[in-house]
Design a protein around this ligand. Structure first.
Ligand code: A2R
Length: 320
């Protein structure tokens, strides 16, 4: 196969199935985390494709003179400088849609964990406290009768909204552009959304415009019965404001799957009994991660076979 002559760089870690398929189709150069671009100029000149897990800054792109395409593992590609790649005629792909259901399912799980304190209740049982101390304390919060606001109603946000419908909660949303195809109430700003709901779910990408937009004002608007859930990106949240809001009951509870500087968690988070945390696992099942791995590899194979990209990002548009 002609693909075997093409060199693909894997800077750092990569899903094992993606790596296995890449190795079968291409000459793969994999570098260690922390030494991603430690390569000779001759090797750098051979690299035509990159498969990465959300890391490809401009200066890495600039070191690869013959790079044609960067395939990102993940729907969020904020760690890949796609606009810089675009100016150089280099295409970027991501892995949308194949993870929508998994992330939406996990979001509902995290919401219920947060409101009904299920992980705390299980720990109580496992520690033998049920038998010794009696029934686990009633949860002050309930999902019943809530009004949920979605910050972001894209591919994943819409799946979350559909899953919320059978819970009989009211649903509103805020995006920059109102959607004509949904029955949910539109809020023209994030602050308007926070004022009108008691539960806020963030499922927006990390961009300069979304940086720390969930701030003290938004949390105050959400109110004392408020629940905040983040399954988008940690950079959307002002962590100091969130810690203060949870400590002083400006809001009632929060559930986070994503963090500002993963896997480092602010020390203040661990002391908050009204915070439920997951280690960024929303898409982390074997079947869903396999589908994401296949999409990474199929984008690269398609491109080097006949110029087909299955899922190019908007900054580098190509017809698939
Ligand atoms: O604003 P719009 O109309 O482009 O709607 C998008 C919304 N969004 C924003 N909403 C308010 N203010 C912003 N500055 C802003 N920027 C984007 O986020 C849209 O409704 C949603 C993104 O949807 P998709 O592009 O379909 O992304 P998907 O697949 O739902 O994934 C969302 C994010 C990923 O970027 C990862 O960071 C994370 O979830 O896994």
């Amino acid at each position: 196969m002609t693909e075997q002559k093409i060199t693909v760089l894997v800077p750092g870690r990569m899903h094992p199935r993606a790596l296995e398929r890449l190795t079968a189709a291409f000459d793969v150069v994999q570098t260690a985390p922390g030494a991603e671009l430690e390569l000779t100029d001759a090797v750098k000149a051979k690299i035509a494709g990159v498969a990465t897990t959300n890391r490809m800054p401009a200066d890495w792109i600039d070191q690869l003179p013959n790079l044609k395409v960067i395939a990102n593992f993940g729907v969020g590609y904020d760690g890949v400088n796609a606009s810089h790649a675009g100016t150089k005629g280099i295409f970027v792909t991501n892995t949308p849609d194949v993870l929508n259901d998994e992330v939406a399912d996990t979001t509902i799980g995290l919401l219920i964990n947060t409101v009904r304190r299920l992980p705390v209740a299980e720990t109580y049982l496992r520690e033998g406290r049920w038998e010794k101390e009696g029934a686990f304390a009633l949860t002050p919060l309930s999902l019943k009768g809530r009004h949920v606001g979605l910050l972001g109603l894209g591919r994943i946000g819409l799946e979350i909204a559909k899953r919320l419908e059978p819970f009989k909660v009211k649903i509103s949303y805020h995006t920059r552009t109102q959607r004509a195809d949904v029955p949910y109430t539109y809020a023209p700003s994030l602050l308007d959304l926070a004022r009108s709901v008691d539960t806020l779910i963030s499922i927006i990408p990390a961009t300069p415009q979304t940086y720390k937009i969930i701030n003290a004002d938004v949390l105050a608007a959400l109110g004392a019965n408020g629940v905040f859930i983040n399954v988008g990106r940690g950079t959307s949240v002002d962590d100091e404001a969130l810690i203060a809001a949870l400590k002083t009951n400006v809001i009632a509870a929060a559930g986070l799957d994503v963090f500002y500087d993963e896997p480092r968690i602010p020390a203040g988070f661990f002391d908050l009994p009204n915070l439920s945390m997951l280690p960024h696992v929303a898409s982390a099942s074997v079947p869903t991660r396999n589908d994401m791995a296949d999409l990474v590899v199929d984008n690269l194979i398609g491109w080097f076979r006949d110029g087909t990209l299955l899922t190019p990002v908007p900054e580098t548009p190509v017809k698939g």
